[in-house]
Write a protein that binds this ligand. Structure first.
Ligand code: COA
Length: 163
């Protein structure tokens, strides 16, 4: 009975607050580039992983990264800082999803935080045959979620026009 209810809720859609993810990880020497700052690729991998979790939580399917919009590092991140990654779904099409990710770095001694990067990632949900499968819609609830949804619709149009 409970399982039936869960499936019905999923088909009707999920709101972003149900699937969002926030993770934090102290940056260690093994995360550094030869110059001693955190390697950009380390951060990109954590971002892709966080967005993947949100995409799978929303669709409850296996998902693959289809595209990552421009990824700009605004400030360096240093070894010893806490990397905080916040990921949430902005929009779902028939089989694809836009996940927005914000990266912050916290200096643990001073407690100061700075916004170091943001990215939008498109994931596609796949069925057992490896082909795209339909997913539930996103139901934005808060004013921020509604704004992100509308902005994601516009970005999706631009992406599809550009290919
Ligand atoms: C993901 C993949 C299965 C999609 O295959 P496809 O034949 O392009 O599928 P479709 O044409 O049905 O498109 C699937 C969805 O992607 C969307 N899409 C296609 N191109 C896009 C683009 N450039 N930007 C954003 N979305 C795009 C489509 O609109 C569709 O979304 P919708 O159903 O919500 O409208 C295929 O491209 C793939 O396997 N890519 C490799 C993914 C991967 O391995 N990633 C890991 C890194 S190696």
């Amino acid at each position: 009975m409970q399982e039936e209810l869960l499936v019905k809720e999923v088909d009707q859609g999920r709101c972003p607050s149900e699937t969002r993810l926030e993770l934090a990880q102290v940056m260690l020497p093994e995360d550094a580039n030869p110059a001693g700052n955190v390697h950009g690729g380390t951060i990109m991998k954590i971002v892709d992983n966080a967005a993947f979790v949100v995409a799978v939580r929303h669709s409850r399917k296996n998902c693959v990264t289809l595209a990552v919009d421009s990824f700009k590092f605004l400030y360096p991140v240093y070894v010893g800082e806490l990397l905080i990654v916040k990921a949430a779904i902005n929009y779902a099409g028939r089989t694809s999803m836009e996940i927005g990710v914000r990266v912050e770095a916290e200096h643990l001694i001073s407690g100061t935080r700075r916004h170091t990067a943001s990215a939008y990632l498109t994931f596609v949900a796949l069925g057992e045959d490896g082909r795209p499968v339909p997913i539930p819609p996103v139901i934005p609830e808060s004013p921020d979620e509604k704004r992100r949804y509308e902005e994601a619709v516009e970005r999706r149009k631009l992406r599809l026009q550009a290919q």
